[in-house]
Design a protein around this ligand. Structure first.
Ligand code: HEM
Length: 146
C-alpha cells in the first residue's frame, strides 16, 4: 500500500495537517483539499475505519516527540484539527466504499449469470451430442441379433 514507505506516509500526514491548519479559515479551500485527499486515498484502497487509528498513532507520536509540552490543551487542539479533517474525509470514504460494494455485488451477479448460462449451454450440448451416440449403439446390437 505504501509505495514510498511508511516514513514517507508519516511526513505526508504531518505536512497535510500543517496545511489543514493554515486552511481552517477558508472553508471552501479546506473542503476542496480534503476531498482531493479523500479521493487519493479511496483510489489506494484506504478504508473509512482506518482514519481513526491513524489519528491515534499521530497523537501518540506527537506526545512522544514533544513530551511534557503535550499538555491537555495541545491535545485538544490536535483533536480539533484532526476531527475537522475527518468530518470532510470520512463521508467521502464511506460513500466510495458503498459504491464499490454495490459495484462488486453487480459484478458477482453478472459472473453468476454467465456461469449459469454456460452450465445451461453445456448441458444442452451434452444432450444433443448424446442422442445420436445412444442411437448408434442400439442399432448394431439389434443388427447382430438378427
Ligand atoms: C487524515 C489522515 C491522513 C492524511 C492527512 C494523509 C495524508 C497523505 C498525503 C498528503 C499523501 C500524499 C498524497 C498523494 O501522493 O497524492 C498520502 C498518501 C498515502 N496515504 Fe495517507 N493520509 C491520511 C490517512 C491515511 C490512512 C488512514 C491510510 C491507510 C491506512 C493512508 C495511506 C496512504 C497511502 C498508502 C499513501 C500513498 C503513499 C505512497 O505513495 O507510498 N493515509 N497520505
Amino acid at each position: 500500500m505504501f509505495i514510498s514507505g511508511i516514513k514517507a506516509q508519516g511526513r505526508f500526514l504531518v505536512k497535510m495537517i500543517s496545511l489543514s491548519v493554515s486552511l481552517l479559515d477558508d472553508k471552501q479551500k479546506f473542503d476542496e483539499t480534503m476531498l482531493n485527499l479523500a479521493n487519493a486515498h479511496n483510489k489506494r484502497g484506504v478504508r473509512a475505519n482506518e482514519y481513526g487509528i491513524v489519528g491515534e498513532v499521530l497523537f501518540h507520536s506527537v506526545k512522544t516527540c514533544i513530551g511534557p509540552a503535550y499538555t491537555p490543551k495541545v491535545h485538544m487542539a490536535w483533536i480539533k484539527v484532526f476531527s475537522r479533517m475527518l468530518k470532510a474525509i470520512v463521508p467521502t470514504a464511506v460513500a466510495f466504499e458503498l459504491h464499490e460494494g454495490y459495484a462488486q455485488v453487480q459484478r458477482m451477479n453478472e459472473l453468476d449469470m454467465a456461469r449459469k448460462q454456460l452450465a445451461h449451454e453445456y448441458s444442452a450440448r451434452k444432450v444433443s451430442t448424446n442422442t445420436p451416440f445412444e442411437n448408434t449403439t442400439t442399432t448394431p446390437s439389434t443388427d447382430s441379433s438378427n
